[in-house]
Design a protein around this ligand. Structure first.
Ligand SMILES: [Zn+2]
Length: 352
């Protein structure tokens, strides 16, 4: 099935909308609602799971084995841990990242009453004219602060603003789509994967095709904290593919222009036959792809298996540079991922 420029534009649009929609683990409702709205346009059957993830199902042409694909809407961020005596905020991470990658970031603190307060993540002695520590101090949560853009001088002022421990802190995505085809923004992991699944579903529905086998699509909500797809995938599923970022970097095969097929991540090798089949689909349909190993990586595929899903698993996704940092990919990688998902679904119609 063809993935033309218009469909790729749609996927890029979805990426942009999603990265601008805050969705930290435990607080993913708005992002899930957005995915829900997109699914409603396609008429695909869908519903929320007990934990608030979204499960969509398309009936296959053939009875028998079922398949599932999953991508996660939750991203990285922080939570207020302590109200500082000087009116600044100490924070704890939601998801895993190096503090160096968020220093200087503009953030929005969401209070319990829904008030949105702007601020900046800074080292606690950030001024070059005041302290020499900025150059040689290892960044730790103890020496990082959120400076709120409000006249707060002490804890009492914070109380008056309604800031409390447990308030969510959303990082600015800094989303930019360049004329050269790049999408650079935080949270591509894994909103790019979610957008690719939406793109594949749209292409499928628009063409009136059906997958060969009944296929479920799980949009999970807590992958970054380790238990995304631990529930929600129907037990009939015999094959699960996580659609999540390909790890680009030094020594890696993955790039920003291809769909990456993971051979092995930190949790071990993926199913060999499935991996071979995915690579074969890429070759036969001339989809740019890379096979790679991700040294520090776990995905919802492993989470589902650990939770007891009796299925073989695979991991594919657009190559993303500088993961859990200022991420970037190219629209070519998004298009390649959508094409592989569509090829995997084995839709009926002219090309199959
Ligand atoms: Zn991810």
């Amino acid at each position: 099935m063809r993935v033309d420029d218009r469909l790729t534009d749609y996927v890029v649009e979805q990426v942009v909308r999603l990265v601008k929609t805050p969705s930290l683990a435990g607080h993913t409702d708005v992002a899930i609602s957005h995915v829900e709205q997109e699914l409603a346009k396609t008429g695909i059957l869908h519903g929320r799971t007990g934990r608030g993830a979204l499960l969509a199902t398309i009936e296959g042409r053939e009875k028998g084995a079922q398949r599932a694909l999953t991508a996660h809407v939750d991203t990285l961020g922080a939570m207020v841990k302590e109200l500082g005596s000087d009116g600044s905020l100490l924070f704890t991470s939601v998801g895993g990242y190096a503090l160096a990658t968020v220093e200087g970031e503009y953030v929005t603190v969401e209070t319990g009453s829904g008030k949105l307060l702007r601020g900046t993540i800074l080292f606690d002695e950030p001024s070059a004219h005041v302290s020499k520590k900025i150059n040689d101090t290892k960044r730790e949560f103890e020496n990082m602060r959120i400076r709120l853009d409000a006249e707060v001088r002490n804890q009492k002022d914070l109380d008056k603003l309604g800031v409390t421990v447990g308030d969510y802190v959303h990082f600015d995505p800094r989303c930019e789509v360049t004329e050269t085809g790049f999408i650079k923004t935080r949270h591509l992991d894994d909103k790019a994967g979610v957008a690719c699944l939406l793109g594949a579903l749209k292409a499928l529905v628009d063409s009136g095709a059906r997958p060969r086998l009944t296929t479920h699509f799980l949009f999970s909500t807590s992958e970054e904290v380790g238990f995304g797809a631990s529930a929600g995938i129907p037990p009939e599923v015999g094959e699960l593919i996580a659609v999540d970022m390909g790890a680009v970097g030094k020594g890696q095969e993955s790039d920003e222009y291809s769909v990456c097929i993971c051979a092995k991540d930190s949790t071990g090798p993926f199913d060999y036959a499935l991996r071979q089949r995915l690579a074969k689909l890429c070759r036969s349909q001339k989809i740019p792809y890379k096979v790679d190993i991700y040294p520090f990586y776990g995905s919802d595929a492993a989470v589902a298996v650990r939770a007891g899903l009796d299925a073989v698993t695979g991991l594919i996704g657009p190559g993303i540079d500088a993961s859990h940092n200022l991420e970037r990919t190219h629209r070519k990688a998004l298009a390649a991922t959508v094409r592989l998902v569509l090829a995997y679904l084995e839709p009926d119609g002219r090309n199959h």
